[in-house]
Design a protein around this ligand. Structure first.
Ligand SMILES: [Zn+2]
Length: 406
């Protein structure tokens, strides 16, 4: 069974055939590793082979930290167990492989996506801990302000138009998309999602996995899906003109769509769609709310201290100091603990929409940008300043996130 069939909902057969006395205790150690990592809110775990040992690291709050080590012999046994559990080929160690399995303990369950990749010191194994539908937060928990949420709710309750989220890789766009879906009455609406990969499982909607190797591309699936006449559809990402056009056209005929796009700012979403060659009138009539998102690390509350900031541009904003974590056992000596989203929400006004519509006849980017800025509730940077003033994060982290774009 490969990753895609596992993610499409078939329950993996966990009847493990551990065939040596070494393997059962080794599996217990692995399970302990995984649960410990999950308790530390790790999103993934990496087994990195070195010449004489394996280094195990976990990613917490977006940053890798060391977790444990094992001998090369132990790692050979662990790899075999992980491959067996993930229904991968245990004899294959030269080619990349992908799969997954679930851990269950008491009432807890965690789905994991597994990747093996050959390196010069042997196969590396990466484990991604997938969030479960039950752990959905609401938009305020994610870090949206109440005013931003009201704006999004107004758009969603009109059941027409779209929400597009931009941001760098790993900025929490998928989590936000699925959290926004929670604002729709799922039981009385036909909701379909097309994702690559399906990371967050939601049993109340129809989730479809892109499988390019058998021709199930975003485009193909989207065309076929429109025949099902969904009230709401979620597209994991808009990558090409065809997909963008179908989605925009669908919004004109009473379907609501939510998607993400890889651009640096909300304004860049408009530019990207224009660059793709989507007709301006189509953009103007189908776009409703544009969101830009970043994930910011929160200063550890156990070891933070106030440090003065003598930066004139910050002082002008009324920021004269910020909190910096010295590092303690609570934050694994990083100075940070936990993360939250920072958002910019723009609801397009009629004036801006008119300008977009007329863009091919009278292209004036400066005027469009001015009008767009008026539609923006609070700019992203201003929301970072607010979090610094509140002591949630600090200037160093804000700089990293404001400049980060991968
Ligand atoms: Zn600390």
């Amino acid at each position: 069974m490969n990753q895609k069939s596992w993610l499409s909902g078939q329950k993996p057969n966990n009847s493990l055939t551990l065939d040596s006395v070494k393997e059962k205790p080794a599996f217990e150690i692995l399970k302990q590793f995984f649960w410990q990592a999950i308790q530390k809110n790790a999103t993934d775990m990496h087994f990195d082979p070195k010449p004489s040992l394996v280094d195990i690291r976990i990613r917490v709050d977006g940053h890798l930290q060391s977790f444990s080590q094992g001998t090369t012999e132990q790692f050979e046994v662990w790899k075999r167990i992980i491959k067996l559990q993930s229904h991968l080929n245990i004899a294959e160690n030269r080619l990349p492989q992908e799969g997954g399995f679930s851990l269950e303990q008491d009432d807890n369950r965690c789905d994991m996506r597994i990747s093996f990749m050959p390196t010069i010191f042997g196969e590396k194994c990466a484990v991604r801990f997938l969030p479960t539908g039950e752990s959905f937060q609401n938009c305020l928990d994610l870090g949206m302000t109440r005013d931003q949420l009201i704006l999004v709710e107004q758009t969603i309750s009109s059941r027409e138009g779209s929400v597009i989220i931009s941001g760098p890789t790993g900025s929490g766009k998928s989590t936000t998309l699925h959290t926004l879906l929670g604002l729709f009455p799922k039981k009385t609406l036909h909701i379909v999602s097309i994702e690559d990969p399906v990371e967050i499982r939601d049993k109340e909607i129809n989730q479809i996995q892109v499988q390019e190797e058998i021709g199930l591309t975003y485009q193909q699936l989207l065309k076929k899906m429109m025949r099902l006449d969904p009230d709401v559809f979620l597209l994991g990402e808009v990558r090409d003109k065809e997909t963008a056009r179908i989605a925009c056209e669908a919004a004109l005929t009473g379907h609501f769509f939510l998607t993400t796009i890889h651009t640096k700012s909300t304004f860049d979403i408009l530019l990207r769609l224009l660059e793709m060659g989507i007709e301006p009138y189509l953009i103007a009539t189908s776009l409703s709310v544009l969101i830009s998102e970043r994930l910011v690390r929160k200063v550890c509350t156990h070891c933070s201290e106030k440090i003065a900031l003598n930066d004139p541009s910050l002082n002008k904003q009324g920021i004269h100091s910020h909190l910096v974590g010295k590092g303690c056992a609570f934050c694994h000596y990083t100075g940070y603990q936990g993360r939250q989203g920072v958002f910019e929400v723009v609801s397009l006004s009629e004036e801006t929409k008119k300008m977009i519509s007329a863009f091919s006849l009278t292209p004036n980017l400066d005027l469009l940008q001015q009008s767009f800025q008026k539609d923006c509730l609070v700019p992203l940077q201003e929301n970072f300043f607010t979090l610094i003033r509140k002591g949630v994060t600090n200037w160093e982290e804000a700089l990293i996130q404001l400049e980060n774009f991968e």
